[in-house]
Design a protein around this ligand. Structure first.
Ligand SMILES: NC(=O)c1ccc[n+]([C@@H]2O[C@H](COP(=O)([O-])OP(=O)(O)OC[C@H]3O[C@@H](n4cnc5c(N)ncnc54)[C@H](O)[C@@H]3O)[C@@H](O)[C@H]2O)c1
Ligand SMILES: O=c1ccn([C@@H]2O[C@H](COP(=O)(O)OP(=O)(O)O[C@H]3OC[C@@H](O)[C@H](O)[C@H]3O)[C@@H](O)[C@H]2O)c(=O)[nH]1
Length: 387
């Protein structure tokens, strides 16, 4: 496997050591899996949790045993961080609070997590001349220019007013009371800091802006492997509703638009960045699938159909219900109206294109959700409520 692998310019790929912070999360678990099964690289996996990568850490008979080492630590306060970054050739920082339900209910934790806690990582990489791949977000673009045009303006249909370009589009956030944007603002400032470290001190960096990556192991199902009152991201919210046979809640009518990309497609893009530093350094990359655009209402309706197919149950009648954002997320919520990534830069630098359609990615993801959770949800529903 390992020795014959070459990069995009035909050079042999040498095995490296990667310090992956946030390796126990959704994206981290898929990236670790890819690195273990398809590459010779070694991973120092840092996180406070490891449930999603347990299958890679155990048993000792795994062919990659010894190439992945888990370090349980909180980067807020752990003196081991600099040493681990020094031991690696490349650091990938995925650690963040990144769930909309947290942005306006835990704004301080959100700002600290996405900006303050990331500062030492940038500093240690810069001081020790280590390459950094930092995970930002599509949310740094905020709202589209088109959303400020009159509702009936024909310009709303012009891509110049909504396609999001790394090197051209402005970042448009709501007012300070709309704390939804605290996350986006913290991510924007850390991007600017990394960029400045590159410009002034020569830090070798790549910034990734994910556009709604979804797939197995995303977030949690409330009351099963996460808190009963917890509100995960939309894929897990809708999966939870489907598993419990309750209507899917459409926030403010589900009119916002998103493009969804399959996690396995997106991880291919990250691997190209890891293994082609000369093409990836100094760049900010949109990673998404512009062909998979739907409104949140359309996403819900499609998930109802796909879940019926994979579970064998008839689709729910009255499958959706409208809720206000204030009721669902609390005061201070706002939303991104539309997110279409421009793909020019990632295409030119890495030749990457997403492959999987929304229907196909939902089919494999909901098959996983059904297999993993249906029985556990049935048991919880059957339990009499304690009086
Ligand atoms: N999934 C997406 O579509 C998406 C979209 C935009 C941006 N992102 C960004 O990608 C990154 C990873 O996202 P994800 O979807 O895998 O989220 P996730 O919540 O599943 O993973 C984040 C991981 O970081 C860990 N972590 C957080 N704070 C930590 C700390 N102080 N010390 C150690 N570990 C810590 C968490 O325990 C978690 O396992 C985040 O930076 C997020 O903002 C993701
Ligand atoms: O049950 C639900 C959950 C969510 N939604 C809506 O679905 C849309 C998508 O919500 P998600 O929870 O997936 O999160 P968003 O797309 O708003 O942001 C996401 O993308 C940017 C990343 O940085 C973050 O990981 C995440 O914040 C929003 O319009 C939200 O209001 C519902 O209508 N019903």
């Amino acid at each position: 496997m390992a020795s014959s692998r070459v990069d995009l310019d035909g050079n042999p790929i040498k095995p490296i050591t990667i310090c992956m912070i946030g390796a126990g999360g959704f994206i981290g678990s898929h990236l670790c899996e890819k690195l273990m099964t398809e590459t010779p690289h070694t991973v120092l996996a840092l996180d406070v949790y490891n449930d999603k990568i347990k299958h890679l850490l155990e048993p000792e008979t795994n062919p990659w045993h010894g190439r992945i080492n888990f370090h349980r630590l909180n980067i807020k306060h752990d003196s081991r961080l600099e040493g681990l970054i020094k031991m690696a050739d490349l650091t990938i920082n995925l650690a963040a609070i990144c769930t909309p339900a947290d942005y306006n209910t835990r704004p301080l934790d959100t700002i600290y997590s996405n900006f303050i806690d990331a500062l030492p990582v940038v500093k240690y990489c810069s001081e020790n001349n280590k390459r950094l791949i930092h995970f930002s977000t599509c949310e740094v673009y905020g709202k589209t220019i088109g959303s400020f045009l009159p509702k009936d303006s024909p310009l709303r249909k012009d891509p110049a007013y909504y396609v999001l370009k790394e090197d051209e589009s402005p970042c448009i956030f709501g007012s300070i009371e709309k704390q939804r944007w605290s996350y986006a603002c913290a991510k924007q400032l850390i991007e600017r800091l990394i960029y400045a470290e590159g410009a002034e001190n020569g830090l070798e960096f790549t910034i990734v802006r994910p556009f709604n990556w979804i797939g197995p192991r995303m977030d949690f199902i409330p009351g099963i492997d996460g808190p009963s009152e917890g509100v995960p991201r939309v894929l897990a919210c809708f999966s939870n509703n489907l598993l419990r046979k309750e209507p899917l809640k459409l926030v403010d009518g589900g009119q916002s638009q998103r493009t969804f990309v399959y996690i396995k497609d997106a991880i291919e893009a990250v691997l190209l960045m890891i293994e082609n530093p000369a093409r990836a350094n100094g760049h900010i990359f949109n990673v998404g699938n512009p062909n998979n655009e739907v409104t949140v209402r359309q996403l819900g309706e499609m998930m109802v159909k796909v879940y019926s197919k994979v579970s064998g149950d008839p689709p729910l009648e009255n499958a959706t219900v409208d809720v206000s954002s204030k009721e669902f997320y609390g005061e201070g919520y706002d939303d991104s109206d539309k997110r279409i990534p421009d793909m020019t830069i990632i295409n030119r630098q890495l030749g990457w294109n997403p492959k999987t359609s929304l229907w196909d990615l939902l089919e494999s993801t909901l098959t996983y959700q059904h297999r993993t959770y249906a029985e556990a949800v049935k048991k919880v529903i059957a339990k009499p409520v304690a009086s």
